[in-house]
Design a binder for this molecule. Structure first.
Ligand SMILES: CC(=O)N[C@H]1[C@@H](OP(=O)(O)OP(=O)(O)OC[C@H]2O[C@@H](n3ccc(=O)[nH]c3=O)[C@H](O)[C@@H]2O)O[C@H](CO)[C@@H](O)[C@@H]1O
Ligand SMILES: C=C(OP(=O)(O)O)C(=O)O
Length: 448
């Protein structure tokens, strides 16, 4: 067996303290933003996750010098030599993450052209990038699709424009920001996403010299400037990782202090966590999450764009809902295929039924379109260890939670995917008392 498999001996509460660092959904984008500056940038609180390594590699391919700073988790990014870009090896990055698409604007500004390899990211829906390309066309770029990726050209300086997104897409909003800041004139973006990671990216860009104002109605106004400098920024904490550990505490009847977690970005999650019956206490350094004893409550949950319940919180919470008394209803409105991971939970003893109908009132693009995007979770269910194959990042972490909550041993395949967004998750699990074993550790035990 390879070390991409983990044996999980479940049935024990997770207890103790772990730390979360900068957000997976901000750090790689702040790294891309460094490409826009004339001088070096300093990014702090950077987690050691695969998506950061991928972007580091891509930046280096384009001539950006990336080195670790003196502080732990600090990166210094120097784009002074981007003119000598070497994209010969870019194919190696195809399918690696969603981030390459965000290189478009910065590279068009710096070089007048860009080549973007095929995108990766979680397989939780079709994940088209039509909004991105439409936006870039509006700024004045021309776009050619090739079997290996997409080639973009800006014959002259990109021009500010008026854009209304069909849906408040996180990535497309970031595309507009990273392009508009150096475009000529003003850009008005309507129906923008306003997730905390986007606001943090705006802070990064403002530090670089950008002029960006946020309206109260999902409108963002950007006045293009001629030049940007470097930045010095501490990334906001990963609210998605923090919520995953909170769900692990709830599902295993445990008690976890998440150092680094911050209330401000987690308010919606905290309200839901409390409704389910979880307990939490916020202090200046982090948030303690625990199961207070007694029964958990079934709830009705709908995922939505911020400030709604973040879709990336949904999968770990569903595992905790298998332990709640009664019928919980989950309506996933952001991704059309983010509930497929539940079939493996059913094999472990959960009772989750999927529906094509919208089980909730939040406007949704998936009703009447044959997508199994609603679920009814009937609990509490006794979970038993099983054979699990990780389908995507959050689904993967959710399987670990389920295996830890289950009685007996589970074999979880494909754990390396979890490194995309969860720093040192094995060490953290062990620090919380989880009984987990890699095959190599088993073999070592067998030889002594
Ligand atoms: C690296 C990163 O930050 N990933 C996050 C980002 O993904 P990402 O930026 O890819 O997600 P989007 O907000 O763009 O996608 C939301 C919805 O819009 C649709 N859409 C998007 C773009 C487009 O051009 N056309 C289109 O139809 C998508 O298919 C999806 O149904 O936001 C998601 C929603 O909070 C999170 O789940 C992801 O963790
Ligand atoms: C969907 C996710 O990420 P990505 O957009 O990088 O695939 C996620 O973080 O849960």
């Amino acid at each position: 067996m390879t070390d991409d498999v983990l044996l999980v001996h479940g049935g024990n509460p997770l207890e103790g303290e772990i730390r979360v660092r900068g957000a997976k959904n901000l750090v790689p984008k702040a790294m891309v933003a460094a490409l826009l500056g004339q001088g070096p940038s300093r990014l702090r609180n950077v987690p050691d996750i695969r998506d950061v390594k991928v972007v580091r590699g891509l930046l280096q391919l384009h001539g950006v010098t990336v080195r670790s700073g003196e502080e732990e988790g600090e990166l210094i990014l120097d784009p002074s030599h981007v003119e000598s870009a070497n994209v010969a090896d870019i194919d190696a990055h195809a399918g690696s993450s969603r981030i390459p698409i965000l290189f478009c604007g910065p590279l068009l500004h710096r070089l007048g052209h860009a080549f973007i390899p095929g995108l990766g990211g979680c397989d939780i829906g079709g994940r088209p990038v039509d909004f991105h390309f439409e936006v870039l066309r509006q700024f004045g770029a021309t776009i050619e699709k090739h079997p290996q990726g997409t080639y973009l050209v800006a014959a002259q300086r990109l021009r500010g424009t008026k854009i209304e997104l069909p849906y408040p897409s996180v990535g497309a909003t970031e595309q507009v920001l990273l392009t508009a800041v150096l475009a000529e004139g003003d850009t008005e973006l309507r129906n923008a996403a306003i997730e905390p990671e986007i606001v943090d990216l705006i802070c990064v860009l403002q530090k670089m010299g950008a002029i960006i104002s946020m309206g109260t109605d999902r409108t963002i106004l950007i006045t293009g400037v001629d030049e940007l400098g470097g930045y010095n920024h501490r990334a906001l904490p990963d609210r998605l990782e923090a919520a995953s550990w909170a769900c692990a505490a709830l599902a295993t009847k445990g008690d976890i202090y998440v150092r680094g977690a911050r209330q401000l970005e987690m308010m919606t999650f905290l309200n839901t966590f409390r409704k389910v019956g979880g307990a939490f206490a916020v202090d200046d350094e982090g948030i303690r999450f625990w199961h207070p004893g007694g029964e958990l409550n079934a709830i009705a949950l709908e995922t939505d764009v911020h400030p709604g319940f973040q879709t990336d919180w949904q999968q770990p919470l569903v595992v905790a809902l298998t332990q709640a008394a009664g019928l919980s209803i989950v309506h996933e409105t952001v991704y059309e295929s983010r509930l497929g991971f539940t079939s493996a939970l059913n094999q472990m003893g959960a009772h989750i039924q999927l529906y094509r109908e919208c089980l909730g009132g939040t406007p949704c693009r998936f009703g009447q379109r044959n997508f199994l995007h609603s679920a009814v979770v009937s609990g509490p269910s006794k979970l038993l260890g099983g054979e699990l194959v990780i389908p995507d990042l959050r689904g993967g972490f959710s399987y670990l939670i389920a295996a830890l909550a289950a009685e007996g041993t589970s074999t979880v395949h494909g754990i390396s995917l979890i490194n995309r967004g969860y720093e040192n998750f094995l060490e953290k699990l062990r620090a919380l008392g989880a009984h987990v074993q890699l095959p190599s550790e088993q073999e070592m035990l067998a030889t002594v």
